[in-house]
Design a protein around this ligand. Sequence first.
Ligand code: PLP
Length: 409
Amino acid sequence: RGAVPRRPMGIGQELTRGLLAAIGHRGPPPGVRGKSERVIASRQGPHLRLADGGAGIINFCANNYLGLSSHPEVIRAAVEALEKFGAGLSSVRFICGTQSIHKDLEEKIARFHQREDAILYASCFDANAGIFEALLTPEDAVLSDELNHASIIDGIRLCKANKYRYKHMDMQDLEAKLKEAQKHRLRLVATDGAFSMDGDIAPLREICQLAQKYDALVFIDECHATGFLGPNGRGTDELLGVMDKVTIINSTLGKALGGAAGGYTTGPKPLIDLLRQRSRPYLFSNSLPPAVVGCASKALDLLMESNAIAQSMAAKTQRFRSKMTAAGFTISGKDHPICPVMLGDARLASVMAEDMLNRGIYVIGFSYPVVPKGKARIRVQISAVHSDEDIDRCVEAFTQVGRKHGALP
Ligand code: PLP
């Protein structure tokens, strides 16, 4: 065993306890499960095997919207890229970390979104962390929906622009803030295309009209839209007919597009050139591993060949939403595969999710502080690879569990 200690040493335990007490960390309230990680012993997919023995679990809580995470062609493309281009680059892009596959994937992403150019990041969190600071100065303004994803909030924190937060999807408030922001040199409106906690879709048509009226650029985060919203899965801008009005798109390769990892910005070439020179998560972090590039590249090929997968997901979403509504549940959002089953009470969401798992259905309850107090829910996410039978079994289990715990009469 050499010099490796057999047991971890309790270094810093006292200090850590003191630190947790000082920041007021007390864990979740009684009866509510804290965030725990369930260990999966199989591939990501509609049916899972859990490490603690649960088999044949139907999975309704991954962002695997198109079921490409374990698609045989996606896996084969990853293996081929791994063999041909190696495990990784041991370098950032601008030093020794750009391979032909990175350039090909950037070109493909830009083509998919019908934009001029694209730049890859290790994650969309990084893409969001890197864009605002690189683009905006203290003379500029950024206007952000109050429910934007944490990574947009953090990215905005890092920049020195003047910050305006408008009420969630409230166009009157956005207009008021845009008027106020006229005094600045440049304005950027930033919004999630689809909001992951509520499954609602930003009113991009109205946002773009206001942006035009008040001379602002529009930025959207398409993590929960790329690959499946809109007739060809291009995203919220395609769905709402404003592909020519949204200037900047950030999105992820870690959800519908194969689910491995990675993120990107796509938009006008001069802007992407600027990010390559200035965006810190791009400049100071390792290149995407070839296998990850291979997955995303194949996922985009599949989507550009046919919109059948995206269409099948839409039909399944419709089946789940209408059956759950008929059963008496309130499902937030509209036409989105994120289907939050609204329950209100945090404890109810927690015990119902637990009981669903006992019936072989894997769903997750969300409560404060992830969602507002009194708006606890179980979030169900539909995938193109769920069968109609999977969906019906989920609705049936919800109905039984809902009756048992008093969520349904
Ligand atoms: N933006 C949104 C809206 C997200 O939901 C997520 C992931 O949860 C991210 C950004 C971060 O994406 P990634 O996992 O690629 O870092």
